[in-house]
Design a protein around this ligand. Structure first.
Ligand code: WQD
Length: 330
């Protein structure tokens, strides 16, 4: 059974990747410092996967300890999810974001190279795309004019990986540009549980549904979109997790670098999300319109055609199924 290391494997995306890997007969090994996740998720993953999950509580900037893990376990490939990911927080703590996200990546790449492990999947983001381009966004769209340190850290890491792959042909690099991951595994045992007040739409709506927050504040109502509210491409996190397995399986992750969008290719507005949540879950969500949030784009959704053509991957779950799975955690 091939070992797949997942940095940030206790986090929202990483933990769902663990489920998808185990389902496909890979052996996931989690490396996480639990800065934005809970150690309790390990036990939950063992219940869902019905197998022992090997994990290490470790900051991957600690090269000495990271190397010892690479010495202890063979590694077929690494899924690199570890990183800070809050857009607004990144604007207040830009140095921490660059130090953590870029520093940990360089530490990881150095350890991989030393142990002759050259297959890596990087968790990137739709945030790297320049604003104002025609939609849907293809992988060839322009990138780099990102508006916040979080998006810039993702873009800079993509550039590092492109140089690595350009000048050292041993590397197999897959850059996964996530659109808006939502929902949770159908068991309802694990979920997105970042610490603090949620900044993303669906975790915020869930907090309102649970009466932890009084109402949803909708940022802007006069965008040039179908109903004036922001439009995004919401993808079920299990579909996204399966996309990682598809990249590992494809052509045995042949050498070179490929970029893939992971989204549904459909855009839904904030008001549409509120409506489908209320319909599927049966809880009404009070809201009020407030001013636009700095850095938001009116609309963003992808063309997922490349992943379909090359990886035979497309989303299996629609927004209704995503909401039904959310109902299980309420
Ligand atoms: C979605 C829509 C908001 C909250 C970010 C990152 C991206 C990825 C996903 C990490 C927008 C509106 C939101 C609220 C609202 N993160 N909204 N009220 O900004 O598209 O993407 O999260 O990888 O990289 O950029 O997601 O969920 O914050 O916002 O009206 O309380 O909901 O204006 O239109 P976003 P989001």
């Amino acid at each position: 059974m091939k070992n797949i290391f997942i940095t940030g494997g206790a986090g929202y995306i990483g933990s769902h990747c663990v489920i998808s890997l185990a389902k496909n007969n890979y052996n996931p090994i989690i490396i996480d410092n639990f800065s934005n996740s809970n150690e309790s998720v390990i036990k939950k993953l063992e219940i869902i996967t019905k197998k022992k999950i090997i994990y290490y509580n470790l900051d991957i900037k600690n090269k000495k300890k990271l190397k010892s893990i690479f010495k202890k376990h063979s590694c077929y490939a690494v899924i690199h999810c570890a990183g800070y990911k809050d857009v607004s927080e990144s604007c207040e703590k830009s140095i921490n974001y660059f130090d953590n996200n870029i520093g940990s990546t360089l530490s990881l790449l150095d350890c991989m190279r030393e142990r002759n492990v050259f297959k890596i999947i990087f968790s990137s983001s739709a945030n790297v795309y320049n604003h104002g381009q025609s939609l849907p966004l293809k992988e060839t769209a322009n990138v780099g004019k990102t508006k916040n340190p979080y998006g810039n850290s993702k873009y800079i890491i993509e550039r590092i990986l492109m140089d690595l792959s350009n000048f050292d042909k041993k590397w197999s690099v897959r850059i996964a540009r996530y659109f808006n991951p939502i929902s949770n595994h159908s068991s309802g045992i694990i979920r997105e549980n970042s610490k603090g007040i949620p900044s993303n739409l669906l975790p915020y709506i869930i907090s309102v549904a649970k009466k932890k927050l009084p109402e949803l504040r909708i940022y802007g109502k006069n965008y040039k979109t179908k109903d004036g509210t922001g439009v995004r491409d919401y993808i079920h996190v299990m579909d996204l997790a399966d996309g990682h397995v598809a990249m590992i399986k494809n052509n045995r992750m042949k050498k070179g670098l490929e970029v893939y969008n992971f989204g549904t290719g459909k855009g839904l507005s904030v008001l549409e999300m509120v409506k489908v949540f209320e319909k599927q879950i049966g809880i009404s969500i009070p809201f009020k319109f407030v001013k636009k949030r700095k850095g938001d784009v009116p609309a963003s959704y992808c063309s997922p055609k490349k992943a379909l053509k090359e990886l035979k991957w497309k989303n299996k779950f629609d927004i209704n199924q995503a909401m039904k799975d959310i109902k299980k955690i309420l």
